[in-house]
Design a protein around this ligand. Structure first.
Ligand SMILES: NC(=O)c1ccc[n+]([C@@H]2O[C@H](COP(=O)([O-])OP(=O)(O)OC[C@H]3O[C@@H](n4cnc5c(N)ncnc54)[C@H](O)[C@@H]3O)[C@@H](O)[C@H]2O)c1
Length: 467
C-alpha cells in the first residue's frame, strides 16, 4: 500500500470514529489531516464543472484543496478547463487511469446526468469520497448500483443540493420545524420555467430522456428534494401525467441549429450563441470532437421528454402533494402552500405581479446562473394560523447563484464540514435517491397509467420520518 492509500485508510478510520459524534459531512475527516490539502479531481469539464465546482473552488478554497486531475470525453473542453479554472493539472480521457495516477481524496462528478453513476461507483470502488451534482442518477437500476457501491465502500457520496441552502427555502424549513402550522397534511407546489430557462433544456442533451432522465429527474430532483427535506418524510407513492405539447415536433418549422437556421427571423426562440463568448469557447469551438451542439433546434423531432408535468405524491406520513411543472411560462418562479392542522404557509419566489422588483425574464435567468454578488432581494413567507390574522416573515437573500444557495453549499462542504447544521441541509446518497425516485416513479406512472410505489424501485424502504 502506498503512502497515499495509507493516508486515506487513516482518514477513513478516523472518519468512522467521528461519524457517531460530531461529523456532519464526510469531508470532516480531512480536518484531521494536519494541513495537507484535500486532493480533488473533476470529471465533466462543462459549464457547471469548470465554473461553480472549478474556478470558484480554486479562487475561494485553494488554501484547503488542490485540483490534481481533470477528466472529460471531449479533449477540447478538457484542455481549456485548466486555463479557465486557473490550474495546471494533468488531463485524462480515462477516469480510472486518472484515479490510479493522481490518487485523489475526492471526486467531483459534473458530467451529463446519465453518466453520473459510472463515476460515482468507480470513485467509491477506488477508495475516494464522491461529490456529485444533481441528479444522483437517471433511473432506478443505476440508483441501486450506487446505493450498493456506497454500502461496500468506506467512503461517502455527497449530493450537491444547492436549493436547500438558499435563505428563502431555509426560512420555510425553519417555520415548518417550529410547528408554526401544526402537522402538515397537504402541499400544493407549482413550478414555472420561462421561455428562456425552460427552453434552454430543449436545446441540448437535456431534451433526450436517455441523457437527462426527462425533467422529472433532471430538473424536478431539486423540487422533490426540497419537498422531502421540508416534510421530513419519504415519498411512498406517485401518480403522474406528462406530455410534450410545445417543443419537439410541435412547431410548423424547424432547423438544425440556431446559428444556421433559415427561420431565424420568425422563430421567437432564436438564440445567437455567437454573441456568448463562454458558450462559443466551451461548446461551438469543441463540437467537432463529439458533435455536441449547444444551440440545437428546440423543435427537433428527436426530443422525447415532457414539457408539461403534473403529479400527486403521497408521503409515508400521509401528506399529499400536488406538484406541477411547466416549461414555457411567460415568467419564471414558483408557488407553494403547506396546509397544516393549525394553519397554512404560503410562499412564492419571482412571480412578477406578486413581487415589487422589476427585472426582465432574460436578466433573471442570467442572474440565477451567475455567481456574482448582486443586491439583496426580500420576499415574504406568510404564516396564517387558524382563527388568527396572517403574519408576514420577510426573508433577505441574493438572487445570484441559485438564490444564494450555491455559496452556502460550498462553505458547508469545504469550510465547516464538521459543523452540525440546524436545518439538516447536507445531503447524502439517500437524499439523492429519494428525490430522483419520485421522478422515476412519475415517468413509470405516465407510461403505465397506474400509481407507482417508491419501494418497488430499489431496496430503500420509505420512512415516516427521514432520519
Ligand atoms: N445544481 C445546479 O443548480 C446545477 C446547475 C447546472 C448544472 N447542474 C448539473 O451539472 C452537470 C453538468 O451540467 P452542465 O450544464 O455543466 O453540462 P455540460 O454539457 O456543459 O457539461 C457536461 C460535460 O460532461 C462531459 N461528458 C459527457 N459525457 C461524459 C462521459 N461519459 N464521461 C466524461 N465526461 C462526459 C461533456 O463533454 C461536458 O463537458 C449536470 O449533471 C447538471 O444536472 C446542476
Amino acid at each position: 500500500m502506498n503512502s497515499k492509500l495509507n493516508r486515506r485508510a487513516f482518514l477513513g478510520t478516523s472518519g468512522t470514529f467521528i461519524a457517531g459524534s460530531i461529523m456532519a459531512s464526510p469531508l470532516a475527516k480531512y480536518a484531521l489531516s494536519k494541513g495537507e490539502k484535500v486532493k480533488v479531481v473533476l470529471v465533466g469539464t462543462g459549464v457547471r464543472g469548470t465554473s461553480f465546482w472549478g474556478r470558484t473552488l480554486v479562487q475561494d478554497y485553494s488554501d484547503i484543496l488542490e485540483f490534481v486531475g481533470l477528466c472529460d470525453i471531449n479533449p477540447g473542453r478538457l484542455e481549456s478547463a485548466n486555463q479557465y479554472m486557473g490550474v495546471d493539472c494533468p488531463v485524462f480521457a480515462d477516469f480510472e487511469a486518472m484515479v490510479n495516477q493522481v490518487k485523489p481524496d475526492l471526486v467531483i462528478v459534473t458530467t451529463k446526468d446519465s453518466t453520473h453513476h459510472e463515476y460515482i461507483i468507480k470513485g467509491l470502488d477506488m477508495g475516494c469520497d464522491v461529490l456529485t451534482e444533481k441528479p444522483l442518477t437517471t433511473d432506478e437500476d443505476k440508483c441501486q448500483a450506487i446505493l450498493d457501491a456506497e454500502r461496500r465502500s468506506n467512503n461517502k457520496v455527497i449530493v450537491g443540493f444547492n436549493y436547500r441552502w438558499g435563505p428563502y427555502p431555509t426560512k420555510i424549513k425553519e417555520l415548518l420545524n417550529s410547528g408554526a402550522i401544526g402537522k402538515i397534511t397537504s402541499v400544493d407546489f407549482n413550478l414555472y420555467l420561462n421561455t428562456y430557462h425552460g427552453a434552454s433544456y430543449f436545446r441540448r442533451w437535456h431534451g433526450l430522456r436517455q441523457s437527462g432522465g426527462t425533467l422529472w429527474v433532471h430538473k424536478a430532483t431539486h423540487h422533490f428534494d426540497l419537498l422531502n427535506w421540508w416534510l421530513d418524510s419519504d415519498p411512498q407513492e406517485v401518480f403522474a401525467y406528462g406530455d410534450l405539447e410545445h417543443y419537439g415536433s410541435n412547431s410548423p418549422f424547424r432547423g438544425d441549429k440556431c446559428r444556421s437556421c433559415e427561420h431565424k427571423s420568425e422563430c421567437k426562440f432564436f438564440w445567437d450563441i455567437t454573441k456568448d463568448k463562454r458558450s462559443m469557447d466551451l461548446y461551438v469551438n469543441n463540437e467537432h470532437h463529439d458533435g455536441y451542439i449547444r444551440d440545437s433546434c428546440l423543435f427537433r423531432p428527436e426530443i422525447n421528454i415532457y414539457d408539461k408535468m403534473s403529479a400527486q405524491i403521497k408521503y409515508r406520513d400521509n401528506t399529499y402533494v400536488n406538484y406541477s411543472l411547466t416549461t414555457y411560462s411567460p415568467y419564471e418562479g414558483w408557488k407553494i402552500a403547506f396546509n397544516g392542522t393549525e394553519g397554512r404557509i404560503d410562499a412564492w419566489l419571482d412571480i412578477p405581479f406578486m413581487n415589487s422588483e422589476n427585472i426582465s425574464q432574460s436578466d433573471m435567468h442570467a442572474l440565477e446562473m451567475s455567481q456574482e454578488d448582486d443586491k439583496l432581494s426580500s420576499d415574504p413567507v406568510i404564516v396564517h394560523k387558524l382563527w388568527e390574522d396572517y403574519k408576514v416573515n420577510t426573508v433577505d437573500y441574493s438572487k445570484a447563484g441559485h438564490g444564494g444557495g450555491d455559496e452556502l453549499l460550498h462553505k458547508q462542504i469545504f469550510r465547516t464540514p464538521d459543523r452540525k447544521d440546524p436545518f439538516d441541509r447536507p445531503a447524502g446518497v439517500r437524499d439523492g435517491a429519494m428525490s430522483i425516485l419520485i421522478g422515476v416513479a412519475a415517468r413509470k406512472s405516465i407510461e403505465s397509467g397506474h400509481p407507482v410505489r417508491i419501494s418497488e424501485l430499489t431496496d430503500l424502504e420509505p420512512r415516516e420520518r427521514r432520519l
